[in-house]
Ligand binder design. Sequence first.
Ligand code: HEM
Length: 300
Amino acid sequence: MQPQPGIFSLGNTEHCFIELDRRPDAAAGADAALVIALASLAGPQTSAGGLSVVVGFRPELWASVAPEAARADVSPFEAITGSGFEMPATQHDAWFWIAGGQRDIVFDSAVRVIDRVSTVATVASELQGWVYRHDRDLTGFIDGTENPSMLEAQAVAVRPEDGSSVLLFQKWRHLPTWRSLSDHDQEQVIGRTKPDSIQLADDVLPETSHVARTVVENDGEELAIYRRNVGYGGPTEHGTAFVGFCATQHPLDIMLRRMAGATEDGIRDALTRYTTPLSGSYYVIPSVDALARFVPLEGG
Ligand code: HEM
């Protein structure tokens, strides 16, 4: 079973993320119509423009349309309350991500999809992502240093038995107070050096640092996720489009809880004092094979 290749296609500079909600007044069969419309997105007319596309669905919606490929182990996003801090749940029905080298082609393609699904779904959120200084997020730090390499990424992001993934999608707004910190203080928050992303030594790594909160061991093994974050927004309002894939939901969930201070130790990630999650949702990312069953055959 092949995972959707767009999960791994690096190098695109323009990104568009759209979340959709099924129209409450849509005719019976609207869930299936939505899956069919998005499944054909991965078809030739989009890949011909050099675009990379990934589509995902709310776990129960996907289970109702494709019960044989359901992920009963994946739940929709629920709000997380931590130490004086809340991660809101804004679960929607479907998600798609179009990435490419030119904004106009990504734009045209996203508009085409929105038009195509308009009888069954409405746009619930849209986010234009862009690449800041090659591989940095808008905090100015290199983002992705500890991501698995291309050789390991598939094993981390994809469930081997069916080629599906779990996606955590969150919009994180960065607060201007971040910029009033010195580089040294910012490094204490992230847990890595700013110019070259070297992890601070264990004896000086703050327990509140982002690295300390997201490095999680289970039976001596570090939990891994595969992040494809990009920046979004403009000079006054901007942040991180967090795009995290994993074969299972647990690593994503436990990292979020540790960031929020919603675990037994109650320690909250210092990064959450300078960034605010404005949205949160989980999607099942079906394999190419599971999606292909919904694409009408040409001439058929
Ligand atoms: C505003 C939102 C976020 C920003 C700006 C951000 C930024 C960063 C940066 C700069 C690093 C260090 C370099 C690297 O290894 O990539 C990092 C590491 C990491 N982040 Fe985040 N992050 C954000 C949210 C999250 C969330 C929501 C999760 C998990 C659900 C997460 C999981 C991780 C993991 C697993 C690492 C690697 C830790 C390690 O092994 O050293 N991050 N992040």
